[in-house]
Design a protein around this ligand. Structure first.
Ligand code: FPP
Length: 256
């Protein structure tokens, strides 16, 4: 039986799980894809091999999300802190991103996926920035799955930028400071117009959010899995959705 209970009205942008029959499917799943390096190390392979295999896991997961009826999938592919990695690894990761954008977008478009990117894209090479723009534009009419890829993303920077934008709106006279609340503030975030994640999954056994969607995660269910990202399969995805369906979400309200 579904454990979904009546919740008090929440501001726009809040989580949107859907109850169908007795199963509650999270409307928005976000994933911290962790463990590529350890996966490679365990096999005596270079880290790039882990990232390459991780890229295949992204493909499987997009497929699994579509099959499961999840409408929003957000993946953390490159954090603002990842720029501190050795140059060789940064080049490997940006190279993989370039290949992903050039080889997968047509197929994603065909499958009804709408792509969005959040994060500081200005830090990427101009050709990648162009590919990001084209991918967003080419898939704008799709709605089967909303796939958001966080790139050079950090939640604290996102919140600080939103605060600056809100201040600018007040100074320009388009926003009354007294009207700035949770809902109006969230419209200044990179995720404006997106529902909050219902479920955040992190692989590799680490149990933290690492600067990912800190504002949006307020009521997300968290699932930490002891599997390295390259080994993440549709079976792991389905198991996480089953665990989510069994959770009781109260959004701070009382049960009775
Ligand atoms: C964390 O593993 C993963 C990353 C920093 C990058 C994630 C990238 C991919 C899954 C592949 C590329 C994705 C796209 C969308 C093209 P880690 O390197 O921190 O692993 P470790 O903690 O075991 O060292």
């Amino acid at each position: 039986m579904s454990t979904t209970i009546a919740a008090p009205p929440l501001a726009a942008g809040v989580a949107q799980s859907v109850t169908s029959g007795s199963v509650t499917v999270p409307g928005h799943v976000a994933i911290i894809m962790d463990g590529n390096g350890r996966w490679a190390k365990a096999r005596g392979l270079p880290r790039i091999a882990g990232h390459r295999e991780g890229s295949r896991a992204v493909r499987r997961t997009v497929e699994a999300a579509i099959q499961s009826g999840v409408s929003w999938l957000t993946i953390y592919a490159f954090s603002s802190e990842n720029w501190r990695r050795p140059l060789g690894e940064i080049l490997d990761l940006t190279g993989l991103l370039r290949r992903y954008l050039r080889s997968e977008v047509a197929e994603l478009k065909q499958a009804g996926v709408r792509l969005r990117f959040i994060g500081d894209r200005a830090r990427f090479d101009p050709d990648i920035q162009k590919d990001l723009e084209v991918a967003e534009r080419d898939t704008i009419a799709n709605s089967r799955l909303n796939l958001t890829i966080a790139l050079s993303y950090g939640a604290r920077a996102e919140i600080a930028a939103a605060a600056r934008a809100a201040i600018a709106a007040v100074q320009a006279g388009t926003l009354d400071a007294a009207d700035l609340g949770e809902e109006s503030f969230s419209r200044f975030l990179a995720t404006a117009g997106m529902p909050d994640p219902d479920l955040i999954i992190r692989t590799s056994g680490e149990q933290r959010l690492s600067n990912f969607l800190l504002w949006q995660a307020a009521y997300a269910e968290l699932i930490f899995l002891d599997v390295f990202w390259p080994d993440f399969s549709d079976a792991h995805f389905s198991a996480a959705l089953r665990e989510f369906a069994g959770r009781e979400r109260r959004f701070g309200a009382r049960k009775d």
